[in-house]
Design a protein around this ligand. Structure first.
Ligand code: DX5
Ligand code: ZN
Length: 217
């Protein structure tokens, strides 16, 4: 399978969000990455249901919603009804992760688990058979525009080894500091989905930046 590219709307221009959404619709991107932050699990607040509903009304590609919130299990139905197609929760926020993942699937969304850079991917062994994707944070969550953490490559390789045994269909997504300088190496290490905010929307030509992430050299 060719890898997927998911532009992160956190870096879009909210004064002309519809225009940025159309740019992604017409690009080689595969998904919209939507970052929800609550000011509790992470020290930043992004946006909530009403914005996601409006994004959904224009988006022609699935919404990959990344929850950086405490107690995500309280809001799963609201994210479904707002338009989430893929929904990921942080390992660090879920004491009953298995139950939460099952609920996401039961609601008709693709469930994913996210893990912070300081946590070993081996912690995910028990949940790998239950999820459709793992989102490996390659920065500490909370902000766009941060520097990529190089130990991510080794983390991808370890997870790629685990997936062979535990869930060959699993997709590995990488989020934070992804740009055209590291895209090729990330895919070679085993990444299936590249999330990119700043490197897409801070570019003067976002569609071309997406195309370069889709076919990195
Ligand atoms: C960070 C978010 C990312 C962020 C990535 O907490 O999860 O999705 O938007 O932004 P860049 O690509 O600028 O690092
Ligand atoms: Zn994200």
């Amino acid at each position: 399978m060719k890898h997927l590219v998911a532009p992160s709307l956190l870096a879009a221009n909210f004064l002309r969000l519809e225009e940025d959404l159309h740019t992604v619709n017409q690009s080689k991107a595969d998904l919209f990455h939507v970052d929800v932050m609550d000011g509790d699990f992470v020290p930043n607040i992004s946006f909530g249901f009403s914005i996601i509903r409006q994004i959904k009304s224009v988006a022609e590609k699935p919404l990959d919603v990344h929850l950086m919130i405490s107690k995500p299990e309280m809001y799963l139905e609201d994210f479904k009804s707002s338009g989430a197609d893929w929904l990921s929760v942080h390992y660090e926020t879920c004491p009953h992760l298995h139950r939460t993942i099952q609920q996401i699937r039961k609601l008709g969304m693709k469930p994913g688990v996210v893990i912070n850079p300081h946590n070993n991917v081996e912690l995910l062994a028990g949940i790998l058979p239950e999820v459709d994707y793992v989102l490996l944070m390659s920065v500490n969550p909370g902000y766009g525009g941060q520097q990529f953490i190089p130990s991510t490559y080794e983390r991808i390789r370890t997870l790629a080894g685990m997936k062979k045994q535990l869930n060959p269909e699993l997709l590995i997504e990488v989020d934070g500091g992804v740009d055209e300088t590291n895209a090729k190496a990330l895919v070679e290490a085993g990444a299936d989905i590249l999330v990119a905010g700043s490197s897409v929307f801070r570019s003067s030509q976002p569609a071309e930046a997406i195309a370069r992430l889709k076919d990195p050299s």
